[in-house]
Design a protein around this ligand. Structure first.
Ligand code: NAD
Ligand code: PPY
Length: 355
């Protein structure tokens, strides 16, 4: 990536910092505050380069803007990335506490223009730690007055998305359909439970053998990490990491639909077009995985109770059906159609701030 590519980004603000003592680098990107303060989780991971961390934060922040808009939530989009000096599991408690405190200082300096929450490798306990330094944190533990983990609600939303997608694709109900879940973490395991209760035949994959062992005990079929993208299934559900579908993989994927929790499933725009041409119905991730945002923003900003959060999360199915019909009418990909819907919602939102 060249210098120009790294900074040719249409978002509003980038904040960066490096800590020599821990070796951690910090990025906060505010993509848009047009609909409200930018919100999006804190991801901790190792990156091959600082440019890669910037790029990831920018793409993830952009997805948050779309997610909030399409979900009618009064927030903008942002995201934080902490580029770690070692795998998260190898970082000791003292170092991790310092990393979180520095990150919280950075967030606090944005004075409420950015609100964080949990993401890959951060959890409610980490949100409690951030909250010792800054108030701009969603998803603290219930004991500290927060909404806690958003994972269950995200699983529920993906399940609703799956039902709507199967119906639109002409596959009927989930009963008897083969569903391949990549990643049995907090969201993927919850999804496995609900989908199997609905009668889906589950194929599962994870890099963690312990997670696979418990899934196997439940009667699910284990698929090797390298075989996931070539295993035939009705619905492929990426619930591990983003960028799993590039144009090459999209050309070969043996599935009828793609519905998953991971952010930024499509590695490039071309992959979406290829899925479209092949008749593989792709549920745009920023619509499908909004259950987490409904949980965090619903509970902590809008004062919703659990029933209201679930009601909105179940609406993800209807939103997707609307996206699919826009795609048909406009003769475009479902990803483009979801962007059209998000744009319409931004344009009709009652906001007074400049575009
Ligand atoms: P998690 O860390 O709990 O789970 C991820 C799982 O994927 C882990 O079990 C990990 O071992 C597995 N994994 C990693 N690489 C893999 C590979 N190559 N093949 C198979 N498995 C692999 O994360 P989570 O909270 O379950 O979130 C899953 C995805 O959904 C993430 O991309 C996250 O950004 C996205 N998401 C989560 C939420 C939420 O509420 N938790 C909301 C929106 C989006
Ligand atoms: C996501 O949904 O991808 C997140 O990052 C979680 C989130 C949602 C809303 C506010 C803060 C974090």
């Amino acid at each position: 990536m060249s210098f120009d590519d790294t900074f040719r980004w249409d978002g509003e603000l980038t904040v960066t910092r490096h800590d020599r003592k821990t070796g951690a680098s910090f990025v906060i990107r505010l993509d848009s505050t047009r609909l409200g303060p930018a919100a999006g989780g804190t991801r901790a991971a190792q990156y091959a380069s600082f440019a890669g961390a910037l790029e990831d934060a920018g793409k993830l922040a952009g997805a948050m803007t779309l997610k909030m808009a399409v979900s009618n939530l009064p927030m903008g989009g942002g995201k934080s990335v902490i580029a770690l000096p070692a795998p998260r599991k190898d970082i000791d408690q003292v170092t991790w506490a310092r990393i979180l405190t520095l990150h919280a200082e950075n967030i606090d300096k944005l004075r409420g223009n950015y609100w964080t929450g949990p993401d890959v490798n951060t959890n409610s306990a980490d949100m409690d730690t951030l909250n010792e330094t800054t108030e701009f944190v969603f998803g603290r533990s219930a004991e500290r007055g927060g909404a806690g983990s958003s994972a269950f609600n995200t699983s529920l939303g993906v399940f609703e998305a799956m039902k709507a997608t199967a119906a639109y694709r002409g596959l009927g109900t989930l009963d008897g359909l083969s569903v391949l879940i990549q990643g049995l973490g907090a969201v993927g395991s919850g999804l496995a439970t609900i989908a199997s209760e609905a009668g889906a035949r589950l194929f599962v994959s994870d890099t963690d053998p312990e997670r696979l062992a418990s899934a196997e005990q439940l009667g699910h079929t284990v698929v090797g990490v390298d075989a996931v993208l070539s295993t035939p299934c009705d619905i492929f559900a990426p619930c591990a990491m983003g960028g799993v579908l590039n144009s090459e993989i999209a050309s070969e994927l043996p599935a009828s639909a793609v519905v998953g929790a991971a952010n930024n499933i499509l590695a490039d725009g071309e992959a979406g077009a290829i899925l479209h041409e092949r008749g593989i119905l792709y549920a745009p991730d920023f619509v499908t995985n909004a259950g987490g945002a409904f949980h965090l923003v619903g509970r902590e900003v809008l004062g919703w109770n659990q029933d209201t959060v679930e009601e909105h999360t179940r609406g993800i199915g209807d939103t997707l059906t609307e996206v699919y019909s826009i795609a048909q009418i406009e003769n475009t990909t479902t990803d483009q159609a979801a962007r059209i819907l998000a744009r319409r919602r931004v344009d009709t939102a009652n906001v007074t701030v400049p575009a």
